[in-house]
Ligand binder design. Structure first.
Ligand code: GLY
Length: 549
């Protein structure tokens, strides 16, 4: 008996059972504080996830909202259960595949982006209720309290808020309720001015008091539907009543010793990520010179992103060969035509666009019991559809733009959008959001980022840094590059490649496109199982905050 105890102690199994600290990394300091407050009040990581999600919906309205959705990847310490909570938006029941086309069959610019017709049925409120009821320890009202306070008392405008509002100013001005909520006298508020959202505070309070019915039924639901329909949208009360979150089995893969657990469809994230890693594993890239390594990473991205459009969509509507797509043998087949010295040109073939809006948000949480959450939430474009139904305070998403608007019809490049992601009543639109856990005997990482279609390649780059033994600050800060099959070019941040690498990649046939701006806002945590220590990092490109305590 004592022998067994001693054995466990020296093997680290006892010491490594739980982290010696809790940690939260989120894109906004006030959201991180909301999560800490709830853990300190006796909540677990799932209660904190409710608090952080709701606070982000208040203080980062350009990234997520109660009127949006997301994916919450969970690990419950007590039984090791891992699940992806799918709170993705759904198309309204009155939606149809030609919703955004004119009589000539052309996509009407802006129709799936600005205003009430662009909005899918929100999933975030249902997901928060589900998290609290099935995984949390505190009442929903306690976990929502910080967000209610922030909505009622206000938060100060910062430079990023101003930049996002500037980008969406015309659209915000088209919705009187959105303009009243996010602008001051129809203008962008100055830095430091407070954004108070009394209607949103009341809506959050309804959710806290009544749970799901506070949002999806009763007076608020009627206001949401009336506001949408009066502005040309197609929501019905039935849409709201029918909305359900779904618990889905995450996508799993391996990269050497690392276990990858990531987002399942309707996100393409996990499948594309695992495919890229499977391709790279076949090349043993660790010992290769930098340029060779980068070349292979680009070729892996090219091939995995190509598949995304061919196969992926809402699993409740589309049969997908997920086991095959994430199998190393399949990746070996994809890799067969990779040349070590030459870029493979991308040829026009059926693919849909992979450009989901860049404004989304991510947070990672771990508590002292080892419960963990990686969650990526979105309303698509900055400030979503820039539309608020009067009297609700709920900023609506424009996630309908993530469907392929013209499946089967060639666009100007001769490309055909993916049928799997065609618009259908009640269907969830394909996403790139990729909340991810990476596990090994040594430790566990929780990570993710906003960034539209680039999300998945950003998570790949971070995992490769982790595999290289780099510190967590490097995962989030490294200069990034991306290829998504089409357009056939490598987009890269300043500093991603030195001059020699640029020249060598070009001589291999890669088309390089240096971006004017940085992208992404990764929030990552790492629990070292051997020491129990938790570390974390918020992307220096954003103004997020990590706390470990
Ligand atoms: N709208 C961003 C995404 O779902 O990937």
């Amino acid at each position: 008996m004592w022998g067994l105890f001693f054995l466990l102690l020296v093997s680290g199994s006892v010491q490594g059972a739980a982290p010696n600290a809790a940690g939260i990394a989120s894109a906004h300091p006030l959201a991180t504080e909301a999560g800490r407050e709830v853990i300190e009040a006796g909540g677990n990581a799932f209660d904190a996830a409710v608090a952080v999600s709701a606070a982000l919906a208040v203080v980062e309205p350009y990234s997520s909202s109660l009127g949006g959705g997301g994916f919450w990847l969970l690990q419950r310490a007590s039984d090791g259960r891992q699940v992806m909570l799918d709170g993705r938006e759904r198309a309204p029941l009155a939606a149809h595949r030609d919703l955004y086309l004119d009589e000539a069959g052309e996509v009407v610019p802006g129709r799936s982006i600005d205003g009430a017709l662009a909005a899918g049925i929100p999933g975030e409120p249902a997901a928060l209720v589900h998290l609290a009821e099935h995984y949390g320890r505190l009442p929903l009202s306690r976990s929502l309290a910080p967000a209610i306070r922030l909505a009622r008392d206000g938060f100060p405008v910062d430079r990023h808020y101003r930049r996002m509002a500037e980008w969406r100013l015309d659209a915000l001005r088209s919705s009187p309720a959105a303009a009243g909520q996010f602008l001051h006298d129809w203008e962008i508020p100055a830095e430091g001015e407070l954004i108070r959202q009394p209607d949103l505070a009341s809506t959050l309070q309804l959710l806290a008091d009544k749970g799901r019915d506070g949002f999806y039924a009763g007076e608020l639901a009627q206001r949401l539907v009336k506001g949408v329909r009066d502005a040309g949208g197609i929501w019905s009360l039935q849409d709201l009543q029918q909305y359900q979150v779904v618990e889905r089995e995450p996508i799993r893969g391996r990269y050497g010793e690392l276990k990858i657990i990531s987002a399942a469809p309707p996100s393409s994230g996990g499948v594309v990520l695992v495919t890229m890693l499977n391709i790279l594993e076949g090349f043993q890239i660790d010992n290769l010179p930098r340029v060779q390594r980068v070349h292979l990473m680009i070729e892996a991205m090219r091939r995995a992103y190509r598949d995304r459009a061919d196969y992926l969509g809402d699993p409740d509507f589309v049969d997908m060969p997920l086991q095959a797509l994430t199998h190393p043998w399949y990746a070996a087949g994809l890799a067969r035509d990779i040349q070590l010295e030459r870029a493979t040109p991308s040829t026009p073939q059926p693919v849909s666009k992979a450009t989901e809006g860049a404004d989304t948000t991510h947070f990672s949480i771990i508590d002292r019991e080892g419960n963990r959450v990686a969650a990526t939430l979105s309303i698509n474009y900055p400030f979503g559809a820039a539309f608020v139904p009067a009297g609700t305070g709920v900023l609506l998403n424009d996630e309908m733009d993530d469907f392929s608007a013209r499946p089967g019809v060639p666009n100007v490049y001769g490309l055909v959008g993916g049928e799997a992601n065609a618009i259908g009543p009640g269907k969830r639109m394909l996403s790139s959001m990729s909340p991810t856990f990476v596990e090994s005997d040594a430790g566990v990482a929780m990570l993710g980022t906003p960034g539209g279609s680039r999300i998945i390649s950003m998570v790949l780059l971070a995992i490769l840094e982790l595999a290289d033994g780099q510190p967590i600050a490097q995962w989030v800060r490294q200069p990034r590059f991306h290829h998504q099959y089409l357009p056939d070019r490598v987009e890269y941040e300043a500093g991603a490649f030195d001059d020699k690498t640029v020249t060598e990649l070009q001589s291999m046939g890669h088309i390089l496109h240096r971006l004017e701006r940085e992208y992404g806002n990764m929030q990552a945590l790492y629990w070292d199982r051997r020491s129990g220590q938790v570390t974390g990092a918020s992307d220096p490109r954003g103004s997020g905050r990590t706390v470990i305590w």
